[in-house]
Write a protein that binds this ligand. Structure first.
Ligand code: NDP
Ligand code: BG6
Length: 506
């Protein structure tokens, strides 16, 4: 995965259809990413973008929406007045229903026209940026209208991009994957987990396999435990409708946190090809020990935020958010302890936590090494030395640091805990591309390395589904159980305290 660079290879001439183009993802991520690819000269020549959704926009109105999105969310803000008109020419809009054959017929006309005008060569990427409940209809619409999906190596080609979560449990994920594979080959299906597009996430494999010092220590002999934290200060906001159906376990753990776990835990792949990496990630996922029903409450903690203060501002409780049920039992926080039953990780707990409306926005992986024996500098039981911790900061303040002991200057042999720190921004001041820039480019290049394969998605659901089922049998009676702006429910701390450990500070 990390061997490829943004600049290697220009995609074939092609166009992009975005289903759900009136939505949040399109505005926040997709349009700004496309604009930045355009500024970097990475879009193929004569590119065309067709937004498709039920909302009534004229082409002009869609362009205004796009301009607003770029002004607000692009990493190069605001839109450059000199370059914007050229980008704007690429934008088109087709109003239509996802299950409506006539809408797909009109879409086909627009595409045929663009193929002629923009010489797009007939190659198309179809991006499903709607809630998952619309995927099936869109897939059928594409198939019935003959728009999708010619073979990967066919000319012209078409590719399908699907957002997480894929399904809402194992059986629905299988059904959805079956439906997708009826219209598209696996190699043409790009299942997005945008965490894999983040530079700092790609750096995990470089850190592990591009350095000589870590890998010999990367096992149960030297590592005490691993913590993976993805904490957000945002609440459900305008996405209450979606979030009520999802919850933190489906929205974050099944995909983003498990992908991070895979990159930390996997064996070295035999090359950097898409399947070699995904084979190893699958092995890691399959070695996660299932949580038995009687262990559920001891190993998994769920929470929901009450009103509180975030960044000094009062925020409402989850149950008061738009489109959220007043008695909702949807979890906005999950913490869990998992074990991988394999040779490398035997007995090493991986603690995962994620939540909305927490004290701080941070995504970080902390690898805590084993304690020192109680000799030499660590003789005093009243003042034990801190263990070494390798922290991989994924966002914000991206970087890697290593906590070590160092002699405090002076006549006594006293040890202080200090950090060796690498910060991306001080070493690479030019900044890094957004995840969606890299991922959109990779789809156009046909490179699936940073996308989830069907078996990975299903393996993650196999672990998560029994937890979801277990939760349906016991309604949480303590929701809301953490105050917005805090570190989450107290029971999440107990998860580690009983093991004689504690979470890194939020
Ligand atoms: P939105 O709720 O904004 O939905 C996108 C569009 O889909 C809407 O504008 C609407 O368009 C259409 N839509 C909404 N609900 C339905 C429905 N029930 N049936 C059919 N169409 C519907 O979602 P997001 O843009 O936030 O998310 C889209 C996908 O992207 C989701 O799978 C999400 O998990 C994923 N995602 C989102 C991120 C984000 O930051 N927003 C980040 C990472 C992933 P219209 O009514 O005009 O047809
Ligand atoms: C999305 C989730 O996949 O990831 C959101 O649907 C979450 O709920 C988002 O806020 C977090 O992404 P990032 O890149 O901001 O950490």
């Amino acid at each position: 995965m990390p061997e490829k660079e943004l600049s290697d290879g220009t995609p074939d001439r092609c166009g992009l259809v975005i289903f759900g183009a009136s939505g949040d993802l399109t505005r926040r991520k997709l349009l700004p990413a496309l604009y930045n690819l355009f500024l970097d000269g990475l879009l193929p020549p004569a590119f065309g973008i067709v937004g498709f959704a039920r909302s009534a926009f004229s082409r002009e109105e869609f362009r205004v929406l796009a301009r607003g999105a770029v002004d607000e969310f692009s990493r190069r803000r605001p839109a450059d007045p000199q370059r914007w008109p050229e980008f704007e020419q690429m934008l088109h809009y087709q109003q239509g229903g996802y299950g409506d054959a006539e809408s797909f017929r009109r879409l086909r006309e627009v595409q045929t026209n663009l193929d002629r005008v923009h010489a797009g060569a007939g190659n198309w990427v179809y991006y499903l940026a709607t809630p998952p409940s619309a995927y099936r209809e869109i897939g059928q619409g594409l198939e019935q209208s003959g728009l999708a999906c010619s073979r990967m190596d066919a000319k012209p080609w078409s590719r399908l991009v699907v957002e997480k979560p894929i399904g809402h449990d194992l059986s629905s994920a299988r059904a959805l994957n079956d439906a997708l594979s009826a219209g598209c080959e696996e190699s043409q299906t790009f299942r997005i987990d945008h965490y894999l597009g983040k530079e700092t996430v790609q750096n995990i494999l470089v850190l592990r396999f591009g350095n000589g010092i870590f890998e010999p220590l990367w096992n149960h002999h030297h590592i005490d435990h691993v913590q993976i934290t993805v904490a957000e200060t945002d609440g459900a906001g305008s996405r209450g409708g979606y979030y009520e159906e999802a919850g933190a376990l489906r929205d974050m753990v099944q995909n983003h946190l498990f992908q991070l776990l895979c990159l930390v835990a996997m064996e070295p792949p035999h090359n950097l090809g898409a399947d070699a990496i995904r084979d190893e990630k699958l092995q890691a996922l399959e070695s996660i020990r299932p949580i038995r029903p009687e262990e559920l409450d001891r190993q998994v903690v769920r929470g929901q935020y009450a009103a509180g203060l975030v960044d000094g501002q009062p925020v409402k409780a989850y149950r008061e958010e738009e489109k959220v049920a007043r008695e909702s039992v949807t979890e906005t926080f999950v913490a869990m302890k998992v074990y991988l039953d394999n040779w490398r990780w035997s007995g090493v707990p991986f603690y995962l936590r994620t939540g909305k409306r927490l004290a701080r926005r941070t995504a970080e992986i902390a690898i805590q090494f084993r304690k020192l024996p109680p000799i030499l500098f660590n003789r005093n039981p009243a003042r034990p030395l801190d263990p070494n911790v390798l922290s991989i900061r994924l966002q914000p303040n991206e970087g890697v640091s290593l906590q070590i002991g160092s002699k405090r200057p002076g006549p006594r042999a006293e040890v202080s805990t200090v950090k060796l720190d690498f910060g991306y921004h001080s070493v690479f001041p030019a900044g890094t591309p957004e995840a969606y820039e890299r991922l959109l480019l990779d789809v156009m290049l046909g490179d699936a390395t940073l996308f989830m394969r069907r078996d990975e998605v299903e393996a993650a659901w196999s672990f998560v589904t029994p937890i979801l089922e277990g939760w349906t049998h016991s309604t949480p009676d303590d929701f809301p159980n953490y105050v917005a702006g805090s570190a989450g429910p107290a029971r999440a701390d107990e998860l580690l305290v009983v093991d004689g450990r504690r979470w890194g500070r939020l």
